[in-house]
Structures are given as C-alpha cells and as structure tokens.
Design a protein around this ligand. Sequence first.
Ligand SMILES: Nc1ncnc2c1ncn2[C@@H]1O[C@H](COP(=O)(O)OP(=O)(O)OP(=O)(O)O)[C@@H](O)[C@H]1O
Ligand SMILES: [Mg+2]
Length: 229
Amino acid sequence: MMSETIQKYYQTGNYQVLRQFKSKKNRVQLIEISAGQQVIRLIEKTFTEAVALKKELSMLNLLHEMAFSVPECLGQFDRVLLYEYLGGMTLCEKLEIAEVCEPDLFSGPVNRDSEITALLKKTIDWLNRLHQKTGLTFYDINLRNFIVRDNLIYAIDYEDFSKLKPAVDYGRLLAFILTYKPVFTEWKKALIRELEDYLNNEIKVNMDEVRHEKERELARISERRAKLV
Ligand SMILES: Nc1ncnc2c1ncn2[C@@H]1O[C@H](COP(=O)(O)OP(=O)(O)OP(=O)(O)O)[C@@H](O)[C@H]1O
Ligand SMILES: [Mg+2]
C-alpha cells in the first residue's frame, strides 16, 4: 500500500487498534487499516515530546541511508510516526524463552551453539557498526528495543542516541541482561561470560571500561528498584 493511501486512511481515523505495547515514554499501538481488498498492519508511535519525534526521525533516516536494519517509516505527523510492523519477537522475549527452554545450555563442558547467544552477538555487531559508522551510542539498551525477525536484529527507538564511549552501550547491555527476571541466575552469568569473551576477542573493546560501565548501570538499576519498593 502506498504511503499516501496509508496517510489518508490514518488521518480520517479509518483504522482499528489491535493492541497496545508497553512503553515508558510514549504510546505505541499496533493498528490495522483496511483499504478495499488490502489490509495493512502498522505501528503507531505517538510521542509525548515533539522534539523526541524529530530526533527519532533524523536518526532513523541516517540509519536507513547507512543500510542498518531498521523498520521503514510509512507516515509522519505532528506527534505521530507510523512504522512498518515487523512482527517477530523482542530480544527480551527471546531471552526469557531461552532460559526456560534451555536451562542446561551452559552447564556442559563445551557450550552448545545456541540461538540466544548468536542473537546477542548479532546485537553487539549492530552496536559496533553504529559506533564505527556514526560515532554515536545507542544508550537506551533495553532488550525491548531490539526485534528479531528472520534471524536478523532490528533496532527501534532512537530517541536517546548520544555521543558517549562504546563501552557504555556494552556495559549497559550486560547489566540489563543480568537484571531481567529471574535476576543474576547462574545461566545469565554464564551467558554474560560468553558475551564478555566475544567483546574482548572479536570487538576488541577495552574490557575494564565495559565492566566499569556494567557496574555503574547495575548500581543505577538497583537504586531504581529500591525506590519502587
Ligand atoms: N516496528 C515495530 N514492529 C514491531 N513491534 C514494534 C515496532 N515498534 C515498536 N514495537 C513494539 O512496541 C514497543 C515499544 O516501542 P518503542 O521502544 O519504539 O517505544 P518507546 O515509547 O520508546 O518505549 P520505551 O519508552 O518503553 O522504550 C517495543 O518494545 C516493541 O514491542
Ligand atoms: Mg523502547
């Protein structure tokens, strides 16, 4: 469906809301437009702040030009961006399922090849390419900001891109993985060791910096959680 048709249907309220996603900052919904024989599902992201929309859009255009795997933007309004619906699962869901379905993954003498390790290494590669090509850090490394489709990692949510050290992204990634429920399991610690080896041997990032950033983020997370109790 052409994006003008999408915009026309959307602007006249000719769509249905199918579900709402979890979002801290904005409102994100899956919507469906029926235009004659054609049915199209889209993500509607309504921004609280207009400046956040502008930043997201300019980063999306930059990533798109550089051939990063990102969803296509199919409509743009004052406070709303319409995105191609990727389907698939978030990395957060993948992690949760892997720990339940493969509890013995890291307990043998040699680690088996696993989907979750491969996906997280691909996420590290995505971030490494971002650092190398743009000099920017992703910063908002929440595993719900990465979607897995056809074995490819798509990143969404570019509002918090900033100019920091690459180690910040990697340290935050490791801290987030460790603190999803159930937190700090032996399984997660073994996964982290494997990712740290990858960062050290393949990405060749300074691991003292990564571990420092990981500890800083763990401290922030525990502060945030203490406030919630
Ligand atoms: N193009 C897409 N295809 C499929 N699902 C998507 C897409 N965009 C967003 N989602 C879903 O919506 C959720 C929220 O999207 P996004 O992270 O862009 O919003 P946000 O307002 O920045 O959220 P938060 O503030 O919680 O980070 C994602 O975790 C994902 O589950
Ligand atoms: Mg998000």
